[in-house]
Design a protein around this ligand. Structure first.
Ligand code: LLP
Length: 419
């Protein structure tokens, strides 16, 4: 079972709060996060570094609720952002601009200006065109822009093709063979300060080898750069550490960090490391609560039709991802059956889990597990369904950290043509 989500007397809890109580108070579908779990995940990663110099920049895209960001900001976390919207959220959550790194292949002029204005730590530049744009905007602001160059190490992270980012054919980063030229261009620019090197090889990675191979390639480039008089101050190896959704064997933080440090020291370096974890901080710290609306059987299948759909949680539909589905109240265990757990959205892909062994009747409450990362953030209004609320449990209290969208809010931004 999930950490921080335990059963007592047959009932599923988030820390000391019974999940059925949250469902009764705010309704379903509803996301629930555990503050304790987020903190424990962050601290486990942080303490794994011991006294090795490092900065953890939580990847905001995984879960950008301001309360989640605030919990992490209070722990001293930095942030990895990919848009002006994420920058604004981090600032509102009390994040320190000096600990923000900004990735992404398509930063607009306005986003770069915003980042320079607030004084973020580093812009991870992904093309020479972007380098020129950053230089021009920094010149206009009469400052030097702190940058790292994101390289594409051409590493197979052995993950789902949609979330593998470190392969040569993806749009991300500057190819290794062009990287030295990009650095030479950057150091000659009047308003660029080159600090570091960055990479991100993918997501839901369950092995340390792709990381150590990527780091090794990065460090070989750092050596070449040193040879031509371009010193590199820190190395950002990106995010991507996986979590256990089903039966994956995921390295624990200690093993992961030790492998990174060993790879660094193996080439004779002790440069500060930056990592950008998203999923491994919030993934197992959240669940999605849903109610069974109908149980429906055909001659080939049983369906549990629930009130959460692919618009609330798209991972199973989009990546064929497995997430455990468990009852909030221990099963009666009398008539377990195989069910496809499906939502109300008019798409065949609207499935939360296929072929799940459950004992359910109408009105039962279920939790879709490990839904803290890439859950709510990927939700949509498809089928004009209001997006679900988010709740954070803190010990024995729970707080609504985002209310359920209303139909009024859903329509508010639209207007009809004049007569
Ligand atoms: N840094 C960069 C530059 C990234 O592109 C990402 C994720 C991260 C850090 C954080 O990766 P994490 O530690 O969370 O794996 N929606 C997909 C995952 C997309 C990941 C995109 N980039 C999913 O639900 O599996």
């Amino acid at each position: 079972m999930l950490r921080n989500f335990d059963r007592h007397d047959g009932e599923l809890y988030a820390d000391r709060v019974r999940l059925t109580d949250i469902a009764a108070a705010v309704g379903t579908p509803c996301y629930v996060y555990s503050r304790g779990a987020i903190e424990r995940n962050f601290q486990a990663l942080s303490s794994a570094f011991e006294d090795y110099p490092h900065l953890i920049c939580y990847s905001v895209k995984a879960n950008s609720n301001i309360a989640v960001l605030n919990v992490l900001a209070r722990l001293g976390s930095g942030f990895d952002i990919v848009s002006g919207g994420e920058l604004e959220r981090v600032l509102r959550a009390g994040g320190d601009p000096a600990k923000i790194v900004f990735s992404g292949v398509g930063k607009t002029k306005r986003e770069i200006e915003q980042a320079l204005e607030v004084g973020i730590r580093c812009i991870d530049v992904e093309s020479t065109a972007e380098l020129r744009r950053v230089n021009a905007l920094a010149a206009r602001a009469q400052i030097k822009a702190p940058v790292a160059i994101r390289v594409n190490p051409d590493i197979d992270a052995k993950t789902h093709p949609y979330i593998a980012t470190g392969l040569r054919e993806t749009k991300f980063g500057i190819p290794m063979e062009d990287a030295q030229a990009a650095y030479e261009l950057a150091v000659d620019m009047s308003h660029i300060d080159v600090h570091g090197i960055a990479a991100h090889i993918g997501s839901q990675i369950t092995d340390t080898t792709p990381y150590t191979e990527a780091l090794d390639r990065l460090l070989r480039l750092v050596e070449d750069l040193e040879d031509v008089g371009i010193p590199i101050e820190n190395v950002d190896i990106g995010g991507g550490l996986g979590v256990r959704y089903h039966d994956e064997q995921v390295p624990d933080p200690k093993r992961f960090v030790s492998a990174l440090i060993a790879a660094m020291r193996g080439r004779g370096f002790d440069l500060p490391l930056i990592i950008e974890p998203g999923r491994s901080i919030v993934g197992d710290a959240g669940v999605l609560l849903t109610t069974v609306e109908y149980v429906k059987s055909t001659d080939t299948k049983n369906f549990a039709v629930v009130d959460a759909g692919m618009n609330d949680l798209i991972r199973p539909a989009l990546y064929n991802a497995w997430q455990d589905i468990v009852p909030l109240v221990a099963e009666r265990d009398t008539k377990r059956n195989r069910y496809d757990v499906v939502g109300p959205v008019c798409e065949t892909a609207d499935v939360l889990g296929k072929d799940r062994e459950l004992d359910v009747v109408e009105g039962d409450l279920l939790a879709v597990c490990t839904a803290g990362a890439y859950g709510w953030v990927l939700s949509s209004n498809y089928n004009s369904r209001p997006r679900p609320p988010e709740v954070m449990v803190d010990g024995e209290q729970f707080y609504l950290i985002r209310h359920r969208e209303t139909i009024e809010e859903l329509c508010a931004a639209e207007s009809i043509l004049p007569d």
